[in-house]
Design a binder for this molecule. Structure first.
Ligand code: URP
Ligand code: ZN
Ligand code: ZN
Length: 461
């Protein structure tokens, strides 16, 4: 099997040039002009188009038992939607229930993903409790199965949250094993107190979710993580950072030498808290944690991406239906609305439209934050995240002139709504490849379910 992508403008985090890419088997074997190729090679004409490395979403929840229900996507539906949107690799969260062994959770996630995905993926391994037994299982999973990152929740009191003592132990182990700890940074006790106060005052609608998790709560969580990272020397990665106050905490820590990286989400760049205030319970579509913020934060986050203070742009794709999950389960109180705004399919096009086209970020930053940095931070580089000899042939031939309108009627995600219904977007993946095989053509999935593999960290990471 060989594939030639001809005459496209290749753009990576560092380079931009016109050349052909020849893929033999699963990897890129030649880059240049007038390449000698075998006669049965399939040719994709990329004239007038950009050729990007496959995009990587470092934060998804595909299989997710959460808040009394399950996220709607499967590895099949999610990977198809990811590919249509130009994402050729995602990193999901393997999360043990309270009392469950990490090894048992790892097996559960494997049983959901094995043979089901059309694109490659890996896991962050959540640590929701800590003991000698858990430490030895975490060690085994890291050493035998190539996991490069843990996840901790400072939020979700009584469910996923770690105590400070456990956090210290987890970070010490992560440092010892050489893995990075990703963290949901909101102070769980403050959230609970504020939720109880609001509910007691009869403030039960989705618009009150924001007020139970104001910026100060996220800033405290972020600063808290940074203190623990400083004390243990561990490497930490703040997931879904949403506001100036939290970014300031992370930057202060970086200045004093803490090894910290920051992720933001496409939702925080293009949506604001007014969406969660929509009438007739529509606001529930926009309930996620940390919540959508005041619009003034958007410029700060765009600037953070442009200046590379924020490394990655993810989705936190957590897909729950509006009618049967968000509305039904959350009817009595915002505290029981399943959290999440799905956007796996739209991340790249929204970033292109609102970032590149509007001049907020350049093409290299676009590739860097939506692909390369995730590969580097989570041990997948240079197999993923770039276009170079020997890299996996995960490639996005991108048509910058394509115009379309987002709608639930045409999306591939397995959901009854789109948070971006009616939004116009510029740009679209024209052809997408998964390790040398064409998986998307003209916006349609044509790939192979089961082709996707769980990735292990690269040897020198
Ligand atoms: O609202 C969110 N973020 N839902 C998914 C779970 C999480 O906290 O990442
Ligand atoms: Zn989270
Ligand atoms: Zn998440």
């Amino acid at each position: 099997m060989s594939l030639l992508i001809k005459n496209g403008e290749i753009v990576t985090a560092a380079d931009r040039y016109v050349a052909d890419i020849y893929c033999e088997g699963e990897t890129i074997s030649k880059i240049g002009k007038d390449l000698q190729v075998s006669p049965d090679t399939e040719v994709v004409d990329a004239s007038g188009k950009y050729v990007f490395p496959g995009f990587i979403d470092p934060h998804t929840h595909i299989y997710l038992p959460f808040m009394g229900t399950h996220a709607k996507d499967t590895y099949e539906t999610a990977s198809k939607a990811a590919l249509v949107g130009g994402t050729t690799c995602f990193i999901d969260f393997c999360i043990p229930n309270q009392g469950e062994d990490p090894l048992a959770a790892f097996e559960t996630w494997n049983s959901k993903s094995d043979g089901q995905a059309a694109c490659d993926f890996s896991y962050h391994l959540a640590v929701t409790d800590f003991s000698d037994r858990i430490a030895s299982q975490l060690t085994e999973i890291v050493q035998k199965h190539g996991i490069s990152s843990f996840k901790v929740f400072l939020a979700y009191k009584g469910a996923l949250e770690l105590t400070d003592e456990q956090l210290y132990q987890e970070l010490s182990l992560a440092r010892h094993l050489g893995v990075i700890t990703t963290a949901h940074c909101e102070n769980a006790d403050l959230v609970l107190e504020l939720q109880n106060k609001l509910i007691a005052e009869g403030k039960t609608g989705p618009e009150w979710h924001y007020h139970s998790r104001p910026p100060a709560v996220e800033a405290e969580g972020t600063g808290h993580l940074m203190t623990f990272a400083e004390m243990t020397g561990a490497h930490v990665y703040v997931v879904h950072l949403s506001c100036e106050e939290a970014l300031a905490e992370a930057m202060r820590a970086k200045h004093r030498g803490v090894n910290a990286w920051v992720e933001t989400l496409i939702q925080y760049l293009v949506l604001d808290m007014s969406y969660a205030e929509k009438p007739d319970f529509e606001g529930a579509k926009y309930v996620m944690s940390p919540p959508l913020r005041h619009k003034r934060n958007q410029d700060i986050l765009w600037n953070g991406l442009r200046n590379r203070l924020i490394s990655t742009l993810a989705t936190d794709h957590a897909p729950f239906d509006f009618e049967d999950q968000k509305r039904r389960l959350g009817a009595d109180a915002f505290t029981t609305i399943p959290n999440g705004i799905p956007s796996l399919e739209e991340r790249v096009n929204l970033l292109y439209t609102h970032g590149v086209k509007k001049g907020r970020i350049d093409l290299h930053t676009f590739v860097d934050c939506a692909s390369t940095q995730a590969a580097k931070i989570f041990g997948l580089f240079p197999r993923k995240g770039t276009i170079q000899l020997g890299s996996d042939a995960d490639i996005v031939v991108y048509d910058p002139d394509h115009e379309s309108t987002i709608s639930v009627k045409t999306q591939s995600m397995n959901l009854d709504y789109s948070a971006f219904e009616g939004w116009k977007v510029s740009g679209r993946p024209h052809v997408v490849t998964v390790r040398g095989e064409i998986a998307v053509r003209d916006g349609e999935f044509v790939g192979t379910v089961g082709r996707g593999k769980r990735l292990e960290r690269e040897p020198n990471h």
